[in-house]
Design a protein around this ligand. Structure first.
Ligand SMILES: NC(=O)c1ccc[n+]([C@@H]2O[C@H](COP(=O)([O-])OP(=O)(O)OC[C@H]3O[C@@H](n4cnc5c(N)ncnc54)[C@H](OP(=O)(O)O)[C@@H]3O)[C@@H](O)[C@H]2O)c1
Length: 180
């Protein structure tokens, strides 16, 4: 069955970016050690959702940073934002439960990737619409920054589905949030 998955990297203390939306702390670890894991994950993704802060960070890196091909991507925003040329992007403003239905339908049996940030992932989680958290914990502590998952109420204890040891001390954790 198609899953809604938050696939993300965080610090040990639960931050996905610093207070200025900088992720140099993450980029220093390189992508090569995580490429196979990402390739396996993305092969099952049929639709993508992200918040405007995350979108603006990606497009700020230049057009070549847009690596999602033909996959439909919803960007949540209340503002008029620039489009990446030739990308399959829809801008969305409103209730994420409406978006949840639309994205799952577009994914056509594949999974929906909630790229982040924590703000958007938390809206899904607060409504019981986030099925899995696929977290790579990087061996670093930031002290403050943008939260991994700033939900309204604490969750039940989560079911651990998988662990992965990556080089350089990073650990992959896959948790189920919703009931089967
Ligand atoms: N470590 C990682 O793996 C990872 C992954 C993803 C992101 N990040 C980083 O995390 C940071 C961003 O995280 P974040 O949680 O602060 O922001 P975010 O979720 O990317 O974006 C939040 C913004 O999206 C818009 N938005 C959210 N929900 C909406 C809704 N229902 N309808 C309309 N607009 C909506 C709002 O902005 P407007 O309405 O003003 O547009 C809101 O301020 C960035 O620095 C990014 O690079 C890191």
């Amino acid at each position: 069955m198609a899953q809604v998955q938050y696939y993300v990297a965080s610090t040990i203390d639960g931050f996905i970016a610093d207070n200025n939306d900088n992720i140099d702390w993450l980029l220093q670890f390189g992508f090569e050690n995580f490429q196979d894991d990402y390739d396996r994950f993305i092969a099952d993704v049929g639709a993508i959702v992200m918040g405007s802060t995350t979108y603006e960070w990606i497009i700020g890196e230049g057009e070549q940073a847009w690596g999602y091909g033909e996959t439909p991507v919803w960007v949540l925003t209340s503002r008029d934002l620039p489009q990446v040329p030739d990308a399959n992007i829809r801008f969305f403003h409103g209730e994420v439960s409406d978006l949840h239905r639309e994205a799952l339908a577009a994914a056509d049996g594949k999974n929906v990737w909630v790229v982040g940030g924590g703000n958007v992932a938390a809206q899904f989680a607060d409504r019981g619409l986030l099925d899995e958290l696929l977290l790579t914990v990087m061996p670093i502590v930031l002290g403050s920054g943008k939260k991994l998952l700033p939900i309204g109420d604490m969750t039940e204890p989560l079911a651990l589905l998988q662990t992965t040891a990556f080089p350089r001390g990073a650990v992959g954790l896959r948790y189920r949030l919703t009931k089967d």
